[in-house]
Design a protein around this ligand. Structure first.
Ligand SMILES: NC(=O)C1=CN([C@@H]2O[C@H](COP(=O)(O)OP(=O)(O)OC[C@H]3O[C@@H](n4cnc5c(N)ncnc54)[C@H](OP(=O)(O)O)[C@@H]3O)[C@@H](O)[C@H]2O)C=CC1
Ligand SMILES: Nc1nc2c(c(=O)[nH]1)N=C([C@H](O)[C@@H](O)CO)CN2
Length: 246
């Protein structure tokens, strides 16, 4: 049974990813920060879940120890967990320091740490006992954001940290070739949050040529395509409805 590690599976895209890989008969290893009914449901479906706050380094180290002790192989590692923190208000220096530090921690440092910590498991290929064929590659997928390319005047630290994440894609693709493919997926608008009002939704949709949300399914389709690929690594796949041309 192939194994996938996904960060941030408690809601939205991470939950969709976990449900998708469970349906594909993967062993799903996931992290969450906030206890939710969805976490209980995933556990009942067989997912191995760890409560981890990535802003607490001791919890990150404990998670790494648990996964490396319990798993000899990892076929796919998806860095999804994210904190969409804005910095548009008039904050004091301590606040700006905390925001920048946290954004870099969750979007760049933790992916860096997990990529390095799980290298042995990512390199130990699953031999298909039926067809006696070795699985040729394992995959690391970083979930980035369109604003890594464009910047964001209201989410400056967030955008910079996603740009750092995309740079990790370039370095790890070189370091981990030829056995491990490393790519980013950079969405623009995928899905609104519950507190988004109609005015915000209209403005957000109109930022792209296609004038709609991408949907979490669009990311699932892209993940499936990347896993099936034998010739894509070190790349960022943009899912943005043509926003770059608006
Ligand atoms: N939604 C969209 O339209 C877009 C999303 N993206 C990217 O796609 C990915 C998924 O987006 P979406 O589903 O909306 O993400 P969410 O905003 O729902 O966050 C995903 C998860 O990250 C977890 N998380 C946040 N902070 C921490 C932390 N300190 N420690 C551990 N976990 C943490 C949360 O855990 P918990 O709930 O358990 O607290 C949450 O479930 C993200 O990387 C995002 O940046 C990019 C562009 C657009
Ligand atoms: N962690 C998150 N990152 C982002 C979110 C989100 O809900 N959680 N949402 C967006 C927006 O949809 C943006 O793309 C359009 O306004 C960006 N990142």
């Amino acid at each position: 049974m192939p194994t996938v590690v996904i960060t941030g599976v408690g809601q939205r895209l991470g939950l969709c990813l976990a449900e998708y890989f469970l349906s594909k008969k993967y062993k799903v290893v996931g992290t969450y920060r906030t206890p939710r009914a969805a976490i209980d449901t995933l556990r009942l479906k067989g997912a191995e879940l760890y409560q981890v706050n990535f802003y607490r380094q001791q919890q990150v180290q404990q998670f790494i120890s648990s996964v490396t002790n319990n798993h000899n192989t990892i076929d796919c590692l998806i860095h999804n967990a994210s904190d969409w923190h804005d910095d548009k208000g008039d904050l004091d220096f301590a606040d700006y320091h905390a925001i920048f530090s946290n954004m870099m921690t969750i979007h760049a440092e933790v992916p860096y740490q997990l990529n390095l910590a799980f290298k042995q498991q990512l390199s130990a290929h699953l031999t298909d006992s039926v067809n006696k064929q070795q699985q040729q590659y394992s995959d690391i997928i970083h979930i980035s954001d369109y604003v890594a390319f464009k910047g964001s005047k209201k989410h400056i630290a967030y955008a910079a940290s996603k740009a750092a994440l995309e740079n990790l894609t370039l370095s790890f693709a070189q370091r981990y070739s030829p056995n491990i493919k490393v790519n980013s997926i950079a969405p623009a608008l995928l899905a609104f949050n519950n507190d988004d009002d109609d005015n915000y939704k209209t403005k957000a949709r109109n930022k792209s040529l296609l004038q709609t949300e991408g949907s979490f399914q669009e990311v699932l389709n892209t993940v499936e395509w990347l896993l099936a690929s034998h010739y894509i690594t070190g790349r960022t796949i943009h899912l943005d409805g043509g926003r770059h041309l608006k």
